[in-house]
Write a protein that binds this ligand. Structure first.
Ligand code: FES
Length: 168
């Protein structure tokens, strides 16, 4: 009789231990699925790209490099003013434009165009870029990203995409 009770106690304890492990595993899986999903989902999402008009063709002077603003390619409904982005646009000839990212290729700080020196300067860590966007000095590992650009119905348009720091 006593032997039976011990065996029964032992098997109940084993059952509860196994049940506890099983429930913990289920709970862990339920928590892990959305976390893992949110981590790997961006790998399978198509990069949102949209052509954005940045100004009428005649508003840009040949040889000038000016800052242009445009709406982010996939603005969130609550983004407000942060949905606005910027780029450096240069009109090279009647129909040819070059558009550089405003974000430094190092860590993304906004670079500014210094007309007198014909250089793009980054205020964060001293990154400097030549007129053609290539690296002149400092920590940037590569030149400034260049946006695809086109002229459509008298408007200059750039192919806007998420901040191109890590997409090159
Ligand atoms: S972010 Fe521009 S040099 Fe570091």
């Amino acid at each position: 009789m006593k032997q039976n009770m011990i065996t029964s106690e032992c098997s109940r304890r084993q059952f509860l231990a196994k049940l506890s492990i099983a429930l913990s595993s289920i709970a862990g899986t339920l928590v892990a699925i959305p976390v893992v999903g949110s981590i790997i989902a961006p790998l399978f999402q198509k990069k949102p790209e949209t052509w954005r008009a940045v100004g009428a063709i005649e508003s840009f002077k040949i040889g000038d490099t000016v800052k242009v603003e445009y709406l982010d390619s996939s603005p969130l409904p609550w983004a407000g003013i942060t949905a606005k982005s910027a780029a450096w646009l240069r009109r090279v000839s009647d129909e040819k434009f070059i558009v550089f990212s405003v974000n430094c290729a190092h860590l993304g700080c906004p670079v500014r165009w210094v007309e007198g020196a014909k250089l793009f300067m980054c205020p964060c860590h001293g990154g400097v870029y030549y007129e053609d966007g290539s690296v002149a000095s400092g920590p940037p590992p590569r030149g400034l990203y260049q946006y695809p650009v086109r002229v459509q119905n008298g408007q200059v348009e750039i192919l806007a995409s998420p901040i191109p720091i890590t997409t090159i």
